[in-house]
Design a protein around this ligand. Structure first.
Ligand code: B3K
Ligand code: ZN
Length: 859
């Protein structure tokens, strides 16, 4: 497709620099939910010939003046305001209005629970005022906010507060000035009834900073963990990257209606409440960990994203891949131990394989730096984020910590205050280290997960051990043939009684052979340790070798990998665990040296979406049953051990979400699951008792989930108890909905009636993304057995909801639309029924967001 055939496709290679600079921006807001008036005064400078094309959507134009004179030489359509015959340098003043209270897209300026919020990334600023709304236009912003003092006592924007005061008619105002250059996507304002938790922080260089977390008054008691996470983030970035907080104050604001997790607006981060609010009664250990990670992520963007930003949206991974890598390292460092690091690594890899690998093999596959898009919002993907982070991690592996940091230093020296490309980043890494990045660049331009085949040969006579490697990457949309990747593989040879060193293989050829000399006996190969490259490894290790890795590999990640591999193979072959495997599980259970968190990860079986990817064609019900059978066998074979684990890992003392205690709870609750699996009527009482006696949400929710999913006799009672306790708490109620939406059908009955009823519940709110995700997305994307109902009703439910949501919030709809991406992989009749719903959807008028997803799914 090219621009002429389809004008709505944007191509990376079509980049042109803006023809005007906007040196200063002065924005004056009169805040009113029905009609907010924005006067924008821009100091403009011509850079090259041509008219000025400003973006603007859902705005009403009130007036335009150039150098204080009314200006008439313009054209206006529903997306652009084009000004002709402009001078070299001038002041442009545009007044326009918008309607925040009917803005259900949650992009631009909108109202949530009677307060004002903004979301501008990627292209939301154009819903606030006419502007050069692209990331390579960097300007200094001053913002004046005026509004009713009773309704909006707090008025916030980026940077520093320089003035505030009273106005007529009960209004007041505040003026904020951001000393740093920024693109429009980092602009933010917040106005409303909010209160802040405050703290001061003294930076390494001795400057005192103000930290604030703004929430609704009722939520103030649940902000301590977010504040602590923010302080940890600031300390960590100083220590590990030598980067300091550059503003006098740093604010986080929580909002209940938000399209994603959080947003890194300069000095004024806006967060989904889900990633701010926590206390032991309403948030789980996972919530606590996620808050720490997201607070870190947004804070780290202050340097990787804000100080150095993206030239255009094709470069999104420049800031996202790098910042995810940084937040992953932050969380890993905070785990405080080597085994804690491994736990974090396993969790990250699990997400990558469950979600990114399917994306990379499906119709939406794209390189971490895409070549084209129809709607940029569709490219905030696990590929750009998580695979992007893996690519940065591979650079770190190839260059080492010191080399990587030299590259980072050069990156800030060269590009602070600029909007740059992925190539610029790679050039810094290469130049600082004399590293030839020519081949490594393919990771930025080629989609798909490479497959690396491993063959080994031990020559007893010549005492050599040969590792034969070959790589292949299947075709992706618009990329049939791929160049060989530069793949770093951390490797070690394991011998029964002789310690050896880990070494790095750099696989660069399509086929490559490594011959190791003086090898006296056949080793067991431990390769791609720590998942040093995001690849699929094709290596036929037999069960004995895998069992040795499970018990003896000193790389915790690869121990986990070996047990997951055996479990996957068994489930996919519809087998139950062999006796030696049961013994291996027993040894893991009994090993006193292993972290509880690590054990829990070992026992947790591979996700169904991950198992699907390993099959040529998928019968989702068969996969589900095979997994259930395997789990049941494991539960029965080790039922005494599960009971011991359950009892040994009960918490004593005060609740804390620290990794050790959280790991114990995770393991205990896994053991409880196995007990219910082994014998529901004997153990359901135990779960109900846990629910009634525990002092924290993690244990409560775990018990409730089990009672509901196993359809215990206590199920209804437990749900009712939870509902009564948390009725007023939106985030807790989201969990209540999600538990019910993830219930897999027992005895193959249809779940559709139940899911439709959940949507009819008085607390279901179609305009609130968190609630919608907890019911609809959860069912369609996180409950494979329920969704892939043989009647096809799951797909009809999907169709109805994509269509309904598209009229309200295209981004939320487009995310759900991705739910049928892998339709071609499924067996008939599933495939046929999914195809029919996709075709049917396309007969409706759709947003660009959903249209792109559906068109690609059908291509
Ligand atoms: N940069 C934002 C994501 C914006 C998504 C726009 N559709 C959050 C983040 O990655 O930190
Ligand atoms: Zn980010």
């Amino acid at each position: 497709m090219n621009n002429i055939d389809n004008p709505s496709v944007f191509h990376r290679n079509d980049y042109v620099a803006p023809n005007f600079a906007i040196d200063q921006v002065y924005l004056d807001f009169s805040l009113n939910p029905n009609k907010t008036i924005v006067k924008s005064t821009l100091q403009m400078r011509r850079l090259s010939p041509g008219s000025l094309v400003l973006k603007g959507e859902d705005l009403e134009l009130i007036s335009i003046s150039v150098n204080n004179e009314d200006y008439r030489q313009f054209e206006l359509n529903s997306k652009e305001l084009i000004l002709h015959h402009l001078p070299e340098a001038f002041e442009l003043e545009i007044t326009s209005s918008n309607q925040p209270n009917i803005n259900t897209s949650l992009m631009g300026l909108y109202v949530s629970n009677d307060n004002f919020f903004t979301q501008c990334e990627a292209e939301g600023f154009r819903k606030i005022t006419y502007f050069l709304d692209q990331p390579d236009v960097l300007s200094k912003y001053t913002v004046k906010l005026s509004g009713s003092k009773v309704d909006y006592p707090v008025l916030l924007s980026n940077g520093n507060l320089i003035e505030e005061g009273e106005l007529n008619n009960g209004w007041h105002f505040a003026v904020w000035e951001d000393p740093f250059l920024k693109p429009s996507y980092l602009f933010a304002l917040v106005a409303g009834k909010l209160e802040a938790l405050e703290r001061h922080y003294v930076t390494n260089s001795g400057e005192k900073k103000l930290l604030q977390i703004w929430v609704e008054k009722k939520d103030l008691s649940r902000t301590a963990h977010a504040m602590e996470s923010l302080v940890h983030s600031i300390e960590w970035d100083e220590k590990r990257f030598g980067l300091e907080l550059d503003l006098e104050r740093f604010m986080i604001v929580a909002v209940g209606d938000f399209n994603m997790g959080a947003m890194e607006n300069k000095g004024l981060n806006i967060f989904n409440t889900k990633y701010v609010l926590a206390d032991q009664n309403t948030a789980t250990d996972t919530d606590f960990a996620n808050i720490e990670s997201v607070v870190g992520h947004e804070y780290f963007h202050n340097w990787t994203g804000n100080r150095v930003t993206c030239r255009d949206w094709f470069q999104l991974s420049l800031k996202e891949g790098l910042t995810v890598f940084r937040d992953q390292e932050f969380s890993a460092d905070l785990m405080g131990s080597a085994s804690g690091r491994a736990v974090k690594r396993i969790e990250d890899v699990r997400l990558l394989r469950q979600v990114q690998f399917p994306e990379d093999a499906g119709p939406m596959a794209h390189p971490i730096r895409p070549d084209s898009y129809q709607e940029i919002n569709n490219f905030y993907t696990v590929t750009v984020y998580e695979k992007g982070a893996e690519v940065v991690r591979m650079l770190h592996t190839l260059l080492g910590e010191e080399g990587f940091m030299k590259g980072m230093k050069l990156y800030f020296q060269r590009h602070d205050g600029q909007a740059v490309t992925c190539d610029d980043f790679l050039a810094c890494m290469a130049n600082a280290n004399n590293f030839n990045a020519k081949q490594f660049k393919h990771w930025y331009s080629q989609a798909g997960t490479p497959r690396v085949k491993v063959k080994e040969h031990f020559d007893e006579i010549n005492k050599t051990y040969t590792i034969q490697l070959s790589q292949y990457c299947p075709p992706s949309p618009n990329q049939l043939v791929k160049e060989a990747f530069h793949i770093p593989l951390k490797t070690k040879l394991l011998f029964p009684s002789q310690p050896t060193e880990e070494f790095l293989i750099e696989l660069q050829q399509t086929e490559q052979e490594i011959v190791l000399k003086d090898i006296l006996q056949k080793p067991i190969l431990s390769i791609n340790r720590d998942f040093s490259a995001p690849i699929i490894l094709e290596f036929d290790q037999n069960e004995n070798e895998l069992l040795t890795l499970i018990s003896h590999d000193d790389n915790a990640f690869n121990r986990w990998e070996a047990i997951q591999k055996i479990a996957s193979q068994n489930i996919l072959n519809n087998l139950t665990p062999s006796q030696p495997l049961i013994e291996a599980y027993r040894n893991l259970i009994l090993d006193p040296d292993l972290d509880p968190a690590f054990k829990e990860l070992c026992f947790t079986l591979p996700a169904e979406t991950y198992l699907h990817e390993q099959l040529v064609t998928v019968d989702p019900q068969l996969v589900h049953q095979a997994k259930a059978k395997y789990q049941n066998e494991l539960a029965l074979a080790l039922k005494n051990e599960w009971l011991t684990l359950y009892q040994q890992n009960r918490s004593t003392g005060e609740y804390s979400p620290n990794p050790i205690d959280a790991g114990k709870r995770a393991l205990k609750n896994f053991a409880l699951k196995m007990l219910l699996e082994a014998n529901l009527s004997v153990h359901e009482q135990r779960a109900f008792e846990q629910l009634n006696t525990c002092d924290n949400m993690t244990d409560f929710l775990a018990a409730l989930t089990l009672l509901v999913h196993f359809e215990s006799t206590y199920s209804a009672q437990a749900l009712e108890l939870y509902y009564r306790r948390h009725q007023e708490n939106d985030l807790a109620l989201d969990k209540w909905f999600a538990i019910q939406a993830t219930k897999a059908p027992l005895n193959q009955r249809s779940m559709l009636e139940e899911i439709r009823q959940l949507k009819q519940h008085p607390d279901f709110k179609i305009r609130n993304p968190n609630r919608v995700r907890s019911v609809i997305h959860t069912f369609c994307m996180n409950n494979p057995a329920g969704f892939h109902d043989i009647s096809g009703q799951g797909y009809e439910f999907w169709y109805d909801n994509v269509l309904e949501l598209d009229g309200i919030n295209p981004q939320v709809a487009a995310r759900l639309a991705r739910g049928l991406d892998r339709w071609k992989k499924f067996k008939i009749p599933y495939q046929t029924m999914m195809h029919a719903q996709l075709e049917k959807l396309l007969t409706n008028p759709l947003s660009n967001d959903v249209k792109e997803v559906i068109q690609k799914a059908l291509s």
